[in-house]
Ligand binder design. Sequence first.
Ligand code: ADP
Length: 261
Amino acid sequence: RELMAKGLPKKKPILGVKQILLVASGKGGVGKTTTSVNLAVALKTLSPHREIGLLDADVFGPSVPLMMNLQSESPLLTEDNLMKPLINYGVKCISMGNLITEKSAAIWRGLMVMQALNKLTREVAWGPVDYLIVDTPPGTGDTHLSLVQNFPIAGALLVTTPQSAALQVTRRGLTMFEKLKIPVAGLVENMSCVVCPNCHHTTQLFGDKVKAFAKTHSLNILAKIPLDPSVTNSSDEGTPITVQQPDSELAKAYLKLAAQV
Ligand code: ADP
């Protein structure tokens, strides 16, 4: 109400960025960053002529630098004092993890999220970027509100695992985006099943409730990603599965996702 009284803040595009897509999840640990990273690489693979950006908006728990093998890097500055995004696998990346040391993390913790977001968006020489994938923190907090209130957001992608506990909070995310009038592109069902490496039998370890959830909320499931050790290992090694095994079924699932967003 306070915001309404003052008038909503004016949304200002990020200089040089055409479209912004938020990747969100209700819970942490469901594979939101894994999805963001692989989606960014898959978008670049699908359209090499397009410029893809990846913004790690998880200011207090950044994991994009690990998954994009950019851990020991820090951005150089342009003549105008803007940060040059770090580039790996053809994707332009900016993360708080590349700007702070363990020591300065405490200082940032005390600052407003918006100040950090401002730095990661307005103080970066992004341009040109056709699609900017934004990896948001888990839940429905200040970061999401700040992003939606300050930037023109084209859409949001919701990542969930199939358990009721995850779906319940996914619903909360969905409600938030509906209220904020941000179109939800669809769902990514992560850890949807486990395939036995010996007999190839498929087990739905966490149940099969996403289909009904999607139907109830008129959403499309844009990708089903199995729980697979090669996803964990590739992420830990800083080479996303889309880079490490580009011809695998997993990589194809991310390419299919990229074709639909
Ligand atoms: P979030 O961003 O939602 O917190 P992450 O993307 O960081 O989640 O993933 C959490 C952990 O689970 C990481 O170690 C990641 O490698 C692993 N992981 C994510 N998706 C899968 C999957 N489909 N199969 C196996 N491991 C996965």
